[in-house]
Design a binder for this molecule. Structure first.
Ligand SMILES: Nc1ncnc2c1ncn2[C@@H]1O[C@H](COP(=O)(O)OP(=O)(O)O)[C@@H](O)[C@H]1O
Ligand SMILES: O=P(O)(O)OC[C@H]1O[C@](O)(COP(=O)(O)O)[C@@H](O)[C@@H]1O
Ligand SMILES: [Mg+2]
Length: 529
């Protein structure tokens, strides 16, 4: 039943559990290292009962209750249900205009013909987020909910094109914005969003320049986008639209969305941009604007919850390896050479860990999630001494956010409110130089900081594919009527998730994960305590 003009009727109230309520949940510290975090509490009868704390912000489980698992899963399903424009508007969908069958497209002209092409994702299709059944909570990397570490299903919604859509493509104005720091693959995502929108039949596509700023800063004009315009933008790094930090004025942004008559907004960005996208989505709902806000997670830091990886991360690791290799060559070729490389990752050590693992040339990898001491018998410096003595050289990789407890804290923040960190790379370089000078041992320290080189490059093949899929899925999500969602890869499957769930806290390296253990096995570094 095609719906011409898509008349809009508002619903009296939104669903019982609104995204606003979810957004109000307290930060879940357990998300850092798993889904849950157990704390022990005395029950009224005096026996010790284990309760899962804050699994859903409010859920308090009693594992003595035989239905705890059902309650947990119901809560999970509620949290991961996708906000939809029909939560606010009474709307009937129409058959999609997206078909890859060139001679028999679905849609008004062909609505009655049976569609034999199984190219659509059913609204109830889901993917399992976790597949390991941990036999014990002492298993490596175990993420347990109850003391027995019972198997619990965590489902997320499968991404992809739906057979029914909630927008008339010819009437749609779609906007794309890229926010935060640069990341390899931004242009690939922009390009695929434009391509896919055009396949649906959208004619009015614009780019918003320089992040959220483009919505309100005078002089920043919308950029008309089409296949012709974006055809080759993936051949270069950076963002064709420009990026920026700061300027999070939600009401002004939504005023601008309203004035420009934007129906779909695609936000490509990291944690901060996602928080912004969700605020825009909420404000649009409040103003009863039929706008789908769909995000695509971007960050070389790979710190977005539930995602296997974010686009740009693979490329960043590959580039980082080049810096590590140079540091290795310098250190290897010098008498008592010490190569030191600082890699991005303000609160997470994913790039440092993966680049250390992939290069195989690192002796010491230091990340924010794992504390260490520099001085003393068990400190990093004494280990470097040992390495110079035994193998004659060494290579150290540090993540930007590592060792912040050893440095003077600064209260400075960037335009987006992110804390500006003290430079641990420079500190480490000075400490190494001073240490070897003090003990009278020659050390030739070569420090490499490839920070911006790592993220200003073009996406590699694997990231280019990821960007392609995520960009396409973002458009499918918007046409399917979702808003306040993001598109990601979760446990090897492409999924839609509510933004509220992915921004509760940044994802971190789990020091008890097999991956970190593999990194330690590879570097051979001891505990620095
Ligand atoms: N909590 C928030 N609510 C609304 N907007 C935000 C929030 N945090 C950041 N932003 C905005 O999102 C944009 C990108 O944020 P930033 O932290 O710089 O990058 P990233 O999205 O990569 O994490 C900026 O314009 C910033 O003002
Ligand atoms: O110097 P800039 O542009 O503020 O960027 C530095 C930051 O960018 C990052 O890559 C993170 O960027 P995002 O927040 O955009 O994902 C951090 O690792 C680093 O601290
Ligand atoms: Mg960020």
């Amino acid at each position: 039943m095609p719906l011409s003009g898509m008349a809009i009727a508002f619903k009296a109230s939104t669903s019982a559990c609104t995204a606003q309520q979810l957004w109000g949940h307290p930060t879940r510290d357990q998300c850092q290292y798993g889904f849950t975090h157990l704390n022990e509490r005395k029950s009224r009868k005096g026996s010790a009962a284990l309760h899962a704390r804050a699994v859903s912000g409010k859920l308090d489980l009693d594992f003595g209750d035989p239905s705890w698992k059902q309650k947990y899963q119901e809560d999970w399903d509620r949290r991961f249900s996708l906000p939809h424009i029909t939560d606010v508007f009474d709307l009937e969908p129409r058959l999609t205009t997206f078909s890859l069958k060139k001679n028999s497209p679905l849609g008004a002209s062909d609505a009655s013909s049976p569609d034999k092409w199984n190219g659509y994702v059913n609204k109830d299709d889901r993917a399992l987020l976790k597949v390991i059944n941990y036999a014990s909570n002492t298993s490596a990397g175990a993420e347990c909910i109850d003391p027995d570490c019972s198997w619990v299903e965590h489902w997320v919604h499968r991404a992809g094109p739906r057979k029914e859509i909630y927008y008339e493509p010819e009437e749609v104005k779609a906007a794309i914005v890229t926010c935060g720091g640069l990341c390899p693959g931004l242009n690939d995502v922009i390009r695929q969003i434009v391509f896919t929108l055009e396949i649906y039949g959208v004619k009015n596509i614009v780019g918003i320049q320089f992040g959220y700023r483009g919505f309100f800063e005078k002089g920043l004009k919308e950029m008309p986008l089409s296949r012709d315009v974006v055809e080759n933008i993936n051949l270069a790094g950076g963002s064709f639209l420009g990026v920026s930090r700061g300027g999070a004025k939600t009401s002004e942004i939504v005023d601008s969305i309203q004035a420009r008559r934007i129906d779909m907004l695609f936000v490509i960005g990291g944690n901060g941009s996602h928080a912004g996208a969700n605020a825009i989505h909420e404000e649009c709902r409040k103003r009863k604007l039929k706008v789908s806000v769909v995000a695509v997670p971007k960050t070389i830091d790979n710190d977005i919850l539930f995602m296997d990886k974010t686009f740009g991360f693979d490329t960043a690791v590959e580039e980082a390896q080049r810096a590590i290799n140079s540091a290795y060559i310098e250190a290897r070729s010098a008498y008592h050479g010490v190569g030191l490389v600082k890699l991005m990752g303000r609160s997470t050590g994913f790039i440092a860990m993966h680049a250390s693992l992939s290069s195989g040339q690192i002796d010491v990898c230091l990340i924010p999630e794992v504390s260490f001491t520099l001085d003393g018998e068990h400190g990093v410096l004494s280990h470097l001494e040992h390495l110079l003595e035994t193998k004659g050289f060494c290579v150290v990789c540090v993540a930007e956010g590592a060792g912040q407890d050893l440095l003077q804290k600064s209260n400075a923040t960037d335009a987006s409110g992110n804390v500006i960190l003290s430079d641990f790379g420079v500190h480490m370089q000075q400490k190494i130089k001073k240490h070897f000078k003090d003990i009278g041992v020659l050390a030739d320290v070569k420090y490499i900081d490839p920070t911006y080189m790592v993220r200003a490059c073009r996406a590699n093949a694997s990231d280019a594919i990821l960007c392609t899929v995520l960009g396409q899925n973002a458009v499918h999500g918007a046409f399917a009527g979702f808003s306040g969602i993001t598109s990601g890869i979760c446990n090897t499957h492409y999924a839609f998730l509510p933004i509220t769930e992915v921004i509760t806290t940044p994802k971190h390296v789990n020091p008890n994960s097999r991956m970190w253990h593999r990194c330690l096995t590879s570097t051979g570094q001891p505990d620095f305590h």
